[in-house]
Write a new protein. Structure first.
Length: 327
C-alpha cells in the first residue's frame, strides 16, 4: 500500500522553502506539544573493526580511520552512562554495537542484560545492532526494548554506491522483523553523501511507505571521516537539512524527527529553524558513536533560550525491590 507516491513527495520537497516550513510547522503543532524535545543519548558499547564497507563510517575495518576497535563494554559501565544520561534529562538511551548482524552469542546476551538494566533505570531503550531475525527481535522485545534503529541510509538506487557488503532489501527485511515483534521502528538516513535530490526523495518515499511508519526518523548530515571514501565531501547546508526535515514531518506526521549526526556543526539559529520545521528530537551528550556532539551545557543553554524541554521517559523507575505486579 503506497501512502505517498514519489511524485507527491517531490511536489512537497520542491516547494519554496519558507512556505514548506510554514506547512510542516502546522503539522508539527497538530501532532506534538510545542517545545517538547525527545532527548536521546547514544552509547557505542562495542566499537570498530566492522566487516561492513559503509563509505561514511569510521568503524569499518575496510578503511584506516582514527577509530580504535574496542571490546564489549562492561554492564556496570553502561549502567553508569545510563544514570548520567537520565540526570541530564535524557528520554531514551540508544545502545549501538557495530557489526553486520546480531549473532546468538555472548555479545547478544550482554546487550540483552544492558537493555534490562537501562530500562530499570527508568529510561526508554533503543538498540542498533545491525541486521536481525524475528527470533532475535522477539528476545529484544522480551528484554524490554522500546525501539530498534536500522537506517535505510539513502534511496534504493543509490544504496550500492555507498555500501556493497549488503543490500537495501536486507535493510527492509530487518525492518520487517522489527515490526513483526511489536518493537517500534527507528529508521532514517544520511544526506551529504553525493546523493541527488531524487535520492533524498527516494529515501523519504521508502520510510513513509513502510508497512508501519517509523516511530522515530533520524536525519543525519554526513560527518566526513578521515580515511573513508567520503572524507572530502562538503558539508550539507542547513537549507537542505530544513527541506528534509519539513518533508519528513509532513509525510510522517506522527514520527519523532531527530537532528542526528552533524548537529555539532549547526549554530543555535540553524537548530532553531530545524525545530520550527518540525524536528523534535536530538542526541545529547558530547559524543555520538565516534564523533563529537554538542556539550550538555551548550544544549541546556539552547533549551533555555528557545523554551524547549525534554519529553519525560515513558518508563517509570523500577527499583530492584519492586515486586512483580501479580495481575
Ligand atoms: C542515526 O541515524 N545516527 C546515529 C544513530 N542513528 C546510531 C549515529 C550517528 C553516527 C555519527 C558518526 C559517528 O559518531 O560515528
Amino acid at each position: 500500500m503506497e501512502r505517498w507516491t514519489k511524485e507527491q513527495i517531490a511536489e512537497i520537497y520542491n516547494k519554496p522553502l519558507l512556505g514548506l516550513m510554514y506547512e510542516s510547522n502546522e503539522v508539527y503543532k497538530q501532532n506534538f506539544e510545542v517545545g517538547e524535545i525527545v532527548v536521546n543519548t547514544l552509547l557505542s558499547v562495542k566499537t570498530g573493526g566492522c566487516p561492513e564497507d559503509c563509505s561514511y563510517c569510521s568503524q569499518s575495518s575496510k578503511y584506516v580511520t582514527d577509530v580504535k576497535a574496542s571490546k564489549m563494554m562492561e554492564l556496570e559501565d553502561v549502567k553508569a552512562k545510563a544514570r548520567e544520561a537520565k540526570e541530564n534529562g535524557t528520554t531514551r538511551f540508544c545502545i549501538s554495537s557495530m557489526g553486520t548482524r546480531v549473532r546468538n552469542n555472548r555479545d547478544f546476551d550482554n546487550v540483552l542484560e544492558m537493555v534490562k538494566a537501562v530500562k530499570a533505570e527508568g529510561l526508554e531503550v533503543c538498540c542498533t545492532l545491525g541486521m536481525l531475525n524475528p527470533e532475535q527481535a522477539d528476545r529484544l522485545k522480551e528484554a524490554g526494548l522500546n525501539a530498534y534503529n536500522h537506517n535505510v541510509d539513502t534511496s534504493d538506487e543509490y544504496y550500492d554506491k555507498i555500501i556493497t557488503t549488503r543490500t537495501y532489501k536486507d535493510r527492509l527485511e530487518t525492518l520487517e522483523a522489527v515490526a513483526g515483534s511489536g518493537l517500534k521502528i527507528c529508521s532514517g538516513g544520511i544526506i551529504g553523501m553525493g546523493e541527488t535530490h531524487e535520492d533524498r526523495i527516494g529515501m523519504l518515499h521508502t520510510l513513509a511507505n513502510l508497512p508501519e511508519q517509523p516511530e522515530s526518523v533520524p536525519i543525519n548530515c554526513l560527518v566526513p571521516i578521515k580515511g573513508t571514501p567520503l572524507e572530502n565531501n562538503k558539508r550539507v547546508d542547513v537549507w537542505e537539512m530544513l527541506r528534509m526535515i519539513a518533508t519528513a514531518r509532513i509525510i510522517m506526521p506522527k514520527a519523532v524527527v531527530r537532528i542526528s549526526a552533524g548537529r555539532e556543526m549547526m549554530s543555535t539559529e540553524e537548530q532553531a529553524l530545524c525545530f520550527m520545521a518540525g524536528a523534535n528530537s536530538i542526541f545529547a551528550g558530547n559524543k555520538l558513536l565516534t564523533t563529537p556532539n554538542p556539550e550538555i551545557g551548550t544544549d541546556n543553554h539552547m533549551f533555555n533560550l528557545l523554551g524547549l524541554k525534554p519529553r519525560p521517559s515513558s518508563v517509570h523507575e523500577r527499583s530492584s525491590t519492586d515486586l512483580p505486579i501479580i495481575s
